[in-house]
Design a protein. Structure first.
Length: 118
């Protein structure tokens, strides 16, 4: 799975947190609400959305104008895919798993046990 750049991640965060599909103008407005970010042109947002669509991160609804965009997968699905990609690239998967499990909280370890058992 492709990684995300800073602006791509910001747009995906907005899409993941939205209950409805958003237009590029909706996203442009919400990005502008972040005072630490400079104002982006709508064409910039559209370009990023096009790239995210090509990478498989967003789905575009073409039934209305302006087009509306939604996340193609949940944030959790994306994170799980990233974890799987990292684990798949490890030369020693067991060592990576041991290191990961050694750093989880007791609550997370309990959740892992439940998931593995069930």
């Amino acid at each position: 799975m492709a990684s995300l750049g800073e602006l791509e991640r910001a747009i995906m965060d907005l899409l993941w947190s939205s209950d409805t599909a958003l237009s590029a103008y909706d996203l442009q407005e919400r990005l502008a609400a972040d005072e630490s970010r400079k104002q982006l042109a709508a064409t910039t947002v559209l370009t990023v959305l096009s790239r995210l669509e090509n990478k498989g991160f967003v789905a575009r609804e073409r039934s209305s104008r302006p087009h509306r965009y939604s996340a193609a997968a949940t944030r959790e699905e994306h994170m799980a895919e990233l974890m799987h990609d990292v684990l798949g690239s490890a030369s020693n998967r067991t060592a990576v798993l041991e290191r990961f499990i050694g750093q989880v909280s007791p609550e997370e370890a309990d959740a892992l046990r439940r998931l593995l058992a069930g």
